[in-house]
Structure formats: structure tokens, C-alpha cells
Design a protein around this ligand. Sequence first.
Ligand code: 7TS
Length: 403
Amino acid sequence: MFNINKVREDFPILNRKINGKQLIYFDNGATSQTPKVVIDTIVDYYTNYNANIHRGVHTLSQEATDKYEEARIKIQKHFNAKQPYEIILTSGTTESINIISSGFSSILKKGDEVIVSALEHHSNIVPWQIMCEKSGAELKVIPMNENGSLQLDLLDDMLNENTKLVFCNHVSNALGTINPIKEIIEKAHKYGAYVLIDGAQSCPHIKPDVQELDVDFYVSSAHKMYGPTGVGVLYGKEELLNLLPPYQGGGEMIKTVTFEKTTYADLPHKFEAGTPNICGVIAFGVAIDYMNSIGFSNIQKQENDLLEYATEKLQKIDGLTIYGTHNKTSIISFNIKGIHPYDIGSILDKLGIAVRTGHHCAQPIMDFYKIPGTVRISLAFYNTKEEIDILIEAIKKAKTMLS
Ligand code: 7TS
């Protein structure tokens, strides 16, 4: 059974005071907080078995290697990848995307087309622009609707036999929209195009099944899934990962090196040059265990309740506009007429409430609505209705002060 008080005890930071007030953390979309089991794992690693992996005969190195590879298997199972070596461990969503975009830079050519959605975070736009600049491929954009959904009917007209890749997030970080990725994948595959799904904002709420989705690449970050920063995952189908060149050269990613010719290691090592974030990966595995122990149905129920409750209360505030109202996770982006989002965010911080303000690294969405940015609250399962009540009063106070 889901017990909110017990769950909150798992997160030591929730006891913090900010400016003399109890912290209310509504910036989970930027990074989620860390449960004690994950913090303990990090302390245990550096206290007891810190060593480099895949290279030592000594006990510490073997222990660290075993735990690192166990974490890969946990991640494989979580995403339901067919093979552990289809899971590449990276520094985050951004690096995962860059591994793929950089690989395709040398494969695509002029005349090829790639498609991105209008709802993307900059890290699922800029790497592809760089790829297009290098390869000569053309970037097309699936437009969005006023309610924050994609104009998917237009995708049919955009796809053709020149389309090589389609990129889309599973959930928009700026609006919370859950995109119909299965439909997008099916449409793209009809034309032989590969699909990369950015799961940075979906993975805290949804357990993706990469085989069921038949997705080609799926990427995410540990730090939005109750794990540490600096760790991410890149799932790729074996045959596609084998097709792509390595991203970085260095130790661990080779089979043999001579000055005449170097041969590369098999998956996953081909994409894991250098010493990785060993402790972070092991802690990511524990974060995944933690999320599964809470249960995704409990997570979704609690977050959907909070989303509904907060939306209803916010909508009653005069002059408040919510951006994105279509099929969402627990993200609410809003503005209050005549007030800059930054000013609201600053007052909320004074009252102990952490929100994000600005363009959320999704400038094209802000341009669509012709706004400089929004105030964004992004809710996690450890948040409560009482915290939302305090937020509502704080917003009313900010509004009075700033009007
Ligand atoms: N893609 C999406 C959809 C994101 O929300 C983010 C981070 C990224 C990619 C990049 O992830 P990283 O871990 O590599 O940095 N989003 C946010 C956010 O919404 N607020 O701060 C970071």
C-alpha cells in the first residue's frame, strides 16, 4: 500500500527549511530528489569498494565491476531490452542523444530528411541540427496545437522514402504532454525511418517497454528517476548500435590498438570509452529498484491526483493561464497576466517553494505561445495536496505583491 508519510521519510531533503519555511519541492522535472537507499549506496561505494572496473584482478575492482554490470541488467530489465549490451551507460539524456546524432552525421547525406517534433527540449533539437549541418540532411518539424499536442495528421505528409530518422520526446518537459509515441514509431517504420524517443520526462512516471514499442533508440537520465546526476541510459537495437561508429575513442572501447589500425570492442563497450560514473550507475540501479518498490501504478495514481487537484485550484486564480492541457503527466506550466514568471518564482522561493521559471530549454514552445517563459511546477509522488494548498496561497500572495 502507498503510504505518503512513509514515502516522504525516504527523502531526507524534504525536511529542509528554506528561508525558515519547510521546503516544498515542485521542480522534479529539472531533477528529482534522492531517496536514502540511493544516498546510502553512494556512501557504501566510496567507503567500501571504490575501484576502476573491467580491468583489475583485485577484489575491489571485481566487486565494483560486478555491481556495475548488475546495474546494467537491472536497467535492461526495467526497459525490457532484449540484451544487456543494448543498454549503453552514458552521462545523461544529452550525451545519449549526441552519441546517436554524431553517429548518423557520417551516415546521412544530402537529400536525406529527418523529422523532429515541435515539443522538444533543446537537447533533442540542437544535436540533430549539428548532424544536419555536417551531413547535409534536412530537418523538418511536426507542428503543435494550442493545447500542447502534436499535429500528428501532418506527420503522414512529412514522411517519405527519404526520411531516415524521427525524434520525439515521450513527455514534454515544458508542458507535460504525453506524446503518442507508439503511433509515431509505427508511422515512421512504414517508411523505414528509425525513431529516437527522449524519455527524460517520461521515465519518472511511466515504465517504457522498448520491445513492445519497437522503438529504435530510447534515452533517459538517472537524475530525474530518483538517481544521481551524471548518469544516463541509451537503449538501442543491437543491429543499429552495431551500424553506428563509436562516439569517443579511448580506453575500454577497443579490441586491439596498433599505430596502423585499431579495432573496436563489442557492444556495449564500443560506446563506453574511459572510466564511467561507476558509483552513479550502481546507484541508478538502486533508484530503479526503489521506483519499482513504490510501484508505477502507485506513482501514477498519486501524481495524477495531485495534477488534477493542482490544476483545478490554479484555474480558479484570476488571470492565470495554463499552457498545455492535453493528456499530461504531472507538469503544470502557467503564467499570470501582466507578471513576469521570474518574479513569481522568486517570491515562491522566499516562501520555501521550489519551482522552475523561464523557457525550460524549450524556446520553440515559448515562441509558439508568444511568451518569454512560464512558471512550471513538476510534481512527484512524494508531493502532497497540503503542499499544493500552500502553493496556491503563495501564488495569490505573489500576485497581490506584483500587481
Ligand atoms: N530531454 C528532456 C525532455 C528533458 O526534460 C531534459 C532535461 C533533457 C532532455 C536533458 O536531460 P539531461 O539530464 O541530459 O540534462 N530537462 C530539464 C528541465 O525540464 N529542467 O531542467 C532540466
